[in-house]
Design a protein around this ligand. Structure first.
Ligand SMILES: *Cc1c(COP(=O)(O)O)cnc(C)c1O
Length: 275
């Protein structure tokens, strides 16, 4: 890892910690004691912000990124104790570089067998080139540290059917992809399903309506468990800044919250790796 001296501005750190705590409290208020993983989505935000939350008394470890190169660069700069999530649109060409990030904890956007096979192959090569588990000493507080060497994955489901959203179609495609990961990808661990969902439904969720995307993802999860005869509980990764409380109320296991913690994001061209 490169030795980079990174400054953490105390006022910025204080604001970030307070926003993180407030999101955690809002989750706890609807979770009924159920554990819900909070992925702090740090895309386009400087590594200093991530370090501030990781080094704080909250010692936050789960951070999510959308761009493969940005994730790899931040992972180089920041402590190994961070557990990285890739949540952005996955391209085949990114599978190799992602699989080599030692503390990549989860890829949440698998939507084709080809990409699952590429991640499986490259993770296998990476594991063979290192000895021992990929992320030693980083047990996860929510799920335990089972499969530490395997790469956790979520299958992304296009629950809203929008052209603009990636993801597997609900039904047979989703079941088939989950089955292939279970049976043909020994270096991957199927954690569950992920959706983004339609903006309009997200807005409706805020107004108290049951979100159809979340209901469909839950139904798909039950279908996959039944069809594959899986007896561990598969996760639901659903809920973002605008709708995470509604998602948790509907059984979400993981919410991905960015702007409510870090504030508005800069344009991609203006984003800085460090400040
Ligand atoms: C950016 C992003 C988020 C976080 O969005 P916010 O609205 O800022 O909380 C969550 N999930 C995915 C897949 C994203 O791309």
């Amino acid at each position: 890892m490169s030795e980079v001296v990174m400054k953490v501005d105390p006022a910025r750190a204080k604001a970030l910690v307070s926003q993180l705590k407030s999101v955690k409290e809002r989750i706890a208020a609807v979770a009924n004691g159920r554990p819900v993983r909070l992925v702090a989505v740090s895309k386009l935000k400087p590594a200093n912000d991530i370090l501030a939350l990781h080094q704080s008394e909250e010692a936050h470890t789960h951070f999510g990124e959308n761009y493969a190169q940005e994730l790899a660069q931040k992972a180089e700069l920041l402590p190994r104790s961070i557990q990285w999530h890739f949540i952005g649109g996955l391209q085949s060409g990114h599978c190799k570089s992602l699989a080599k990030v030692p503390n990549l904890w989860c890829v949440s956007s698998i939507d084709s067998l080809k990409k699952a096979q590429l991640l499986n192959k490259h993770r296998g090569e990476f594991l063979a080139s290192t000895s021992g588990p990929a992320a030693p000493g980083s047990p996860d507080s929510n799920t335990g540290s089972q499969n530490a060497a395997k790469l956790n994955v979520h299958v992304q489901v296009n629950t809203s059917g929008e052209e603009s959203k990636s993801g597997c179609s609900p039904g047979a495609d989703t079941v088939a992809l989950c089955r292939a990961i279970e049976t043909e990808c020994p270096n991957l661990h199927l954690l569950g399903l992920m959706t983004i969902g339609a903006i309009a439904r997200s807005v409706a969720t805020r107004e108290g309506a049951e979100n159809e995307d979340f209901a469909l993802l839950r139904q798909q999860r039950d279908l996959v468990m039944r069809e594959l005869g899986i007896d561990r509980e598969l996760e639901l990764s659903m809920g973002m800044s605008g709708d995470f409380e509604g998602a948790v109320a509907m059984g979400s296991s993981e919410v991905r919250v960015g702007s409510t913690i870090f504030g508005q994001r800069p344009a991609k061209a203006d984003a800085k790796l460090t400040v």
